[in-house]
Design a protein around this ligand. Structure first.
Ligand code: AMP
Length: 283
């Protein structure tokens, strides 16, 4: 695996590969890697791409700076996992490489409705930061394929929109399934911060999503939502949202419907750890 830190170096390296006809697949991450991230690298390799993974803890997408300060960092372990997965290139820039003229000088993008609901409502400015960093990373890596995890579903829609805004019609977005622990908990860098008792109950979010999915044929969403909320609270969570939405555009749904593909979405806190997950329904 080639490890490159400077923008100029990765651009030169990838330019030569592109000229040689190599297809480039890109997996942007914030590090503290787990099997979910690695599954994106594996998919990229399976697709016959030169896999480029970036690790960059982007300050501009953290509206809560204490969340940024607590974000786990494990670069040696990350490199080990990427080596084992057969990743070809690791891009490891500093903040100065990504924002050479300062964060304020970077363009921001308007994602409209998508940036103000659900995660956007809970984390004001978050998707502005995501748009900034992904636009910058895409301009550096210029991938043929971009690999994203469905776990961050709203982020996938935001990045698709960003690619439209940037006119990158050639860049194909590949959305990969969520990797889970045996009890259903979606793998996440933040899971490392769960204490043993918190970890024991963390799978409840998945149980709620399964119940939101299985009751879609017969249930009333308002009732199912209430049951899930009560269960989460009883276990010690503070739910931020439990929502049902149109999977195409994330417009919120009052009740189950057969007219559009649906997605159930939950974000809840245990202590000061924020867990987010979702499940497609009837697709
Ligand atoms: P992050 O490092 O959290 O920014 O995530 C980097 C990429 O990995 C994003 O596209 C995430 O959606 C994806 N990802 C995170 N967790 C998982 C998971 N459990 N399964 C699949 N992809 C994931």
């Amino acid at each position: 695996m080639v490890i490159l830190k400077r923008v100029k170096d990765i651009q030169e390296y990838l330019d030569s590969k592109r000229l040689a006809g190599v297809q480039i697949g890109f997996v942007p991450t914030m590090g503290a890697l787990h099997d979910g991230h690695i599954s994106l690298v594996q998919k990229c390799n399976d697709d016959g791409m030169l896999s480029v993974c970036s690790i960059f803890l982007n300050p501009t997408q953290f509206n809560d700076k204490s969340d940024l300060a607590k974000y786990p960092v494990s670069i040696d372990g990350d490199i080990e996992l990427l080596l084992r997965a057969g990743c070809h290139v690791l891009f490891l820039p500093d903040v100065e490489d990504i924002y050479p003229d300062g964060e304020a000088q970077m363009p921001t993008f308007d994602f409209g409705y998508l940036e103000n609901i659900l995660e956007g409502a809970s984390r004001p400015g978050h998707f502005k930061g995501v748009g900034q960093v992904v636009a910058r990373l895409l301009s550096i890596v210029q991938p043929h394929n971009l690999y994203l995890g469905r776990k961050d579903y709203q982020q996938c829609l935001v990045i698709r929109r960003l690619i439209d805004i940037l006119g990158l019609n050639e860049t194909k977005v590949i959305i990969c399934p969520t990797r889970r622990e045996p009890d259903g908990l979606a793998m996440s860098s933040r899971n490392r911060r769960l204490t043993e008792p918190q970890r024991t109950i963390a799978g409840t979010i998945y149980q709620c999503l399964v119940s939101m999915q299985t009751k879609s044929e017969s249930g009333k969403f308002a009732l199912v939502r209430k049951e899930c909320e009560e269960l989460l609270v009883a276990k010690g969570f503070v739910p931020e949202y439990i929502a049902l939405a149109n999977a195409r555009d994330l417009s919120l749904l009052e009740d189950y419907t057969s007219t559009v593909p649906m997605i159930a979405l939950i974000t809840a806190r245990i202590g000061n750890i924020r867990l987010i997950d979702n499940m497609l329904i009837g697709n």
